[in-house]
Design a protein around this ligand. Structure first.
Ligand SMILES: Cc1cc2nc3c(=O)[nH]c(=O)nc-3n(C[C@H](O)[C@H](O)[C@H](O)COP(=O)(O)O)c2cc1C
Length: 297
């Protein structure tokens, strides 16, 4: 079986999870330059041209490989996949549903396909489609998830036992202890989201970073968005949303995200973050985060 680094072509098996508008070229390139694997997010790319620009900018900033995240439900996903392949991107992570419909296309481009999965049954179905690795994303993760999640501690070894593919652990990993724990559970690598928000290179607003640093492990909650849930920081806005779900869509629209994640108005939108906020106490560079993670005991 190939290792995660052999599949991705990176030095350390540490993937930067796609994170919407904050996974910009500078941030993605910084992760790949530091030996990890940067991932562009396509969820908020409004057109093929926008994504093309992001790919070109990232390629200017790093000659190391990086990947992109495709959302199954996005109507532009097929076109994005084609553009990524033409641009020489070799790896895509897939979220928001089964990669089944996309597989023949992606494999005709010779791409590595790595779905993000929440359960053993989805992992087994994905493996049968011929994917190259599995990201096992536990319910403590920041961002979107389904209604029947299991935590990383249980999900990762369960999936390791069920498939003969490299498994990448996501959810709750912020430092060398989490990294080593993931490897001890049988993972071949990790995908990290929330910790990377609080990095110098991340364009998230200082207020978002400070809010993560200031909070503890119990300060996130799951917001029911109808078809899915989002793990986010508990804020006065999310408390209001629980009582008035009509506010939910606005808080997770493009406008709400720009204003809160990038402009720092913490009352304007939902601030996705994982339980791991309890372990994040300072802003570090991406390189410092990665080097601390892989350090020998
Ligand atoms: C702010 C934020 C935005 C995210 N956006 C995406 C996304 O666009 N696509 C995706 O597949 N996962 C997304 N995720 C999930 C991450 O890629 C990653 O799997 C998750 O954050 C790992 O858990 P952690 O936050 O405990 O590190 C997002 C997570 C956060 C915190």
């Amino acid at each position: 079986m190939k290792t995660v680094c052999e599949i991705l072509g990176c030095r350390y098996p540490i993937i930067q999870g796609a994170m919407g508008v904050i996974s910009n070229p500078e941030f993605v390139a910084a992760v790949s330059e530091a030996g990890g694997f940067g991932t562009l997010a396509t969820a908020f790319a409004s057109s093929v041209d926008v994504l093309h620009q992001q790919i070109k900018e990232t390629q200017k900033l790093t000659r190391h490989p990086f990947g992109a995240n495709l959302q199954v439900m996005n109507p532009l996903t097929e076109q994005f996949a084609e553009l990524l392949a033409e641009s020489g991107i070799k790896t895509v992570t897939i979220s928001g549903g089964s990669p089944k419909a996309l597989m023949p296309r992606l494999k005709s481009f010779n791409m590595n396909v790595i779905p993000v999965v929440p359960s053993v049954s989805v992992a087994v179905k994905s493996a049968a489609l011929g994917v190259d690795a599995i990201i096992a994303e536990g319910s403590e993760s920041g961002g979107i998830q389904g209604f029947k999640g299991a935590s990383t501690m249980v999900l990762v070894p369960s999936i390791v036992d069920a498939v003969t593919l490299p498994v990448i652990a996501a959810g709750g990993i912020a430092d060398s202890r989490g990294y080593r724990a993931a490897l001890a559970l049988g993972a071949g690598g990790v995908q990290v989201g929330t910790r990377f928000i609080v990095s110098r290179e991340c364009i998230a607003h200082a207020n978002y970073k400070e809010a993560i640093v200031a909070r503890t492990e119990t300060d996130t909650g799951l917001l029911n968005m109808g078809g899915f849930q989002i793990r986010a920081l508990r804020t006065p806005l999310t408390e209001k949303m629980v009582n008035d779900p009509s506010l939910l869509q606005k808080g997770f629209s493009g406008a709400g995200i720009e204003e809160s994640w990038l402009q720092g108005d913490l009352d304007a939108g939902i601030l996705a973050a994982g339980e791991v906020i309890g372990l994040i106490h300072n802003v570090l560079t991406v390189r410092e985060i990665i080097e601390e993670m892989i350090k020998e005991r």
